[in-house]
Design a protein around this ligand. Sequence first.
Ligand code: PGA
Length: 254
Amino acid sequence: MNRRYRKTVIAGNWKMNMTATETKKFAEELKKIMPRAKWCDTLICVPACNIQTAAKAFKDLRISVGAENVYFEEKGAYTGEISPAMLVDAGVKYVVIGHSERREYFAESDETVNKKVLKAFEYGITPIVCCGESLTQREQGITIDWIRQQIKIAFLNVPADKAAEAVIAYEPIWAIGTGKVATTEQAQEVCGAIRACIAEIYDEATAEAIRIQYGGSVSAGSAPELFAQPDIDGGLVGGASLKPDFGKIVCYNK
Ligand code: PGA
């Protein structure tokens, strides 16, 4: 299998932005400029309280709804957390796990990422597993080692057939929300190393099947070149997914 057989996956990540009212308005605007996306899997990860509104508003556009987080327990005394069953019931198909902002501000670790990945699979939700290095790590030349460690722990005890269905998002922390997009070469180098790491953990077939996104200041301008790389199967898009311009990123090859 090669790149041609992996369907591009483009995901928006709204973070803590957009009310339900704004979500409906956004969908209306997007409908004016974007045809129903059939050539790639398109989704937008929205704040939990917008999931149901978004699922309804995006249906006609063939845009799936993702969550930005999930807890790894089934139910119980975990004030403020959201269970995988709640997400499934609300119409969620994907969930972002281990975003660098969650690791930095909410003390998520590689171990909790692993627990969440396992739980998401148990409930049939596709995890978008995030990894990425800081500027210091890049400058110290330890990017690949760091990413390999994140990936190896995130996929502990995940069987190959599940891993093949996962999405990995490589997001250099220094490129997130900074307007400083990684060069195409930097992004391809790390995404290629991630695929090689998956081949090591599992096998070639799993590595060829898994989809790897680049994230970090992706725009309509940078998307075509990034997504044309052999190991980059789409993007995780933050800031640029908040505007109808997101439609242009989804139509990057049109
Ligand atoms: P950005 O965010 O596109 O605004 O850099 C990407 C992300 O954090 O997923």
